[in-house]
Design a protein around this ligand. Sequence first.
Ligand code: NAG
Ligand code: NAG
Ligand code: NAG
Ligand code: NAG
Length: 567
Amino acid sequence: KWTHREIICEEDYMEVRTPIIAQRTASSVWQLMVLQSDGQVSSMSISEAQQQGYSLTTTAHRVVLRSQYKQPHAELIMVDGVPMEVIRISLFLKQKLMVMMIDVSMACTVSKFYTDTPEQEAGAGFESRSVNLGVEGLLLDEPTTAARGFSVVQQGHLIQIGVPFGAEGGYRKSLVENSVYKEMYVIFLMYEHVFSLLYDDGSSIDTRHRMLRVLDTPLLCRPPFSFDQTTSDDQVFSVYLGNIPADVLLEEVQINGKQLMMSEGVGLGYSISPIVHINGSRAYELRLPFEDTLVYRMYLGQGVVQYSIDVNFTLTIMPQRASYYHHTFITARVFNTFPPEITAQCSDGGLTFSVVRPPRAESLWEVGINHEPLTSQLAEQRGYRLYNDTQRTTLEVPVFSIGYNYEDINLSNFYGTFKLVLRDSKTLEVQTSTSKRCLFNTQDMIVCSADGTMTVVTTPTSTWPTLQPEGTTLLDPTCGPKQTDGARVLFEFRPDSCGTRAMVRIQKMCKCKDVVQFSKLTVRCFYPLSGLNRLSVDRIFSSATPGFGSVKVFKSIKGQSVINDAN
Ligand SMILES: *[C@@H]1O[C@H](CO)[C@@H](O)[C@H](O)[C@H]1NC(C)=O
Ligand SMILES: *[C@@H]1O[C@H](CO)[C@@H](O)[C@H](O)[C@H]1NC(C)=O
Ligand SMILES: *[C@@H]1O[C@H](CO)[C@@H](O)[C@H](O)[C@H]1NC(C)=O
Ligand SMILES: *[C@@H]1O[C@H](CO)[C@@H](O)[C@H](O)[C@H]1NC(C)=O
């Protein structure tokens, strides 16, 4: 039902609809007169007005004037800080001898703010009848408006309308810009205000003022946030990732640069759980045990172990699959965790290590010999003795077993050194090492050191017939013993000297009466192939580990030979 006057402020035009006194035939408009605030009046014919972008329609009862915005005759005025476009036009209608003048003025806001400032006519009072809101050109009833959270507040001449972001009737749009999730909200809103002009004579004229506007918010950033809810007692990292929009999926999680499998497998140790709050906001919770292989850990000393994770969440808008990231670094400390304590002492014929394991040390540290972890199998293979009592593990390493390094060998004594390392059981990074150097009595032996030097101590007098130790040589007769004591000899030579090859012989010919006899010792060093760094191509020998030796004795009497194998 039409009110007396209808004003519509559309997106791109303004319109006023006003009644005229009932005519039998459509009236003919004579001319338009534009009033300006400085008092100037300019008039134009209908055709001139049409050229200027006005449109005028008259029927028997009504006249409709429509105008574009920003007409030359329009005036921009500020009302309570809100710009309004105002056109004051009077229309002259001619009927027979009568000339009628009709006010077809109109005013619309040009900003996104909604205002309502009906022109106050002289002698007329203003009275508001109703204010309503609508969406997409349709009015909403009051309960619906309230249910959607729309608000209408009048402050003096201003009416302020509030629309919650994301309210039903409008639509959201999300995108990723500079790696940040951004969203906007758009709604096509209608505002309708019906008011009356009350005249002194008791009569009134109703005006329906309607405005239709597409409202959009600027792009709003919606950064995710995270907080650390880890408690060291649980030994589990717990990270809360919040402010996740409804169209976003947690697609990937990287821990310390490695991807965490997102499938929620049983027994993986960690979990990623989505959380939906009552207010609709979404979040995720990541739980990851300190013991997980992806977690970094560091022993800070004084019983403090620090665990750390660098987490990179990949969040993806669906369905357009645009990704953005959230990064956080979290550390947690556990106290009273001490590494095993290793002590060593020399014993007869070997060396004894004692490893005291405090509680919890078990999973964090590993005791090893070079690159191998110290296990019962290793001990068995190499002839060590390994046994446990309540708190400590004892390792006895007999001299000449694998793992020793020998130095300062002479015919009476030599030093043997053995080293245990303490490694991080996960990264295998060596944290500390304990090495012990012990003095041992020299006996018949062969030592193959890592630089290829062979040291042999032997007792040639034990052969028959007796050989004089001073008379023995290597294959190269110019290479004599380093030391002799009348009974034993000590040879020391490098593989690139004294004509040594892969095999070395110590020999002595003995001419006793008419029997030609000689005794021959073959000493050999064996090195694990995997440990060899440089071979004899450039005649420089180097091995990661010492080798082990073998001595073979050939006794030859008139072409017969006897082999005594003495490894
Ligand atoms: C929704 O609820 C959560 C948890 O109570 C709160 O952290 C968040 O700020 C709320 N979001 C909004 C938009 O109110
Ligand atoms: C997170 O991961 C993405 C994709 O792998 C990468 O582009 C981004 O640089 C990472 N952010 C950080 C802080 O490591
Ligand atoms: C000693 O105890 C440790 C830890 O309980 C165990 O791993 C190891 O096998 C035991 N060794 C021996 C020789 O019993
Ligand atoms: C043998 O070496 C030990 C240790 O280096 C040294 O104390 C000792 O005097 C040496 N003995 C001989 C006979 O050279």
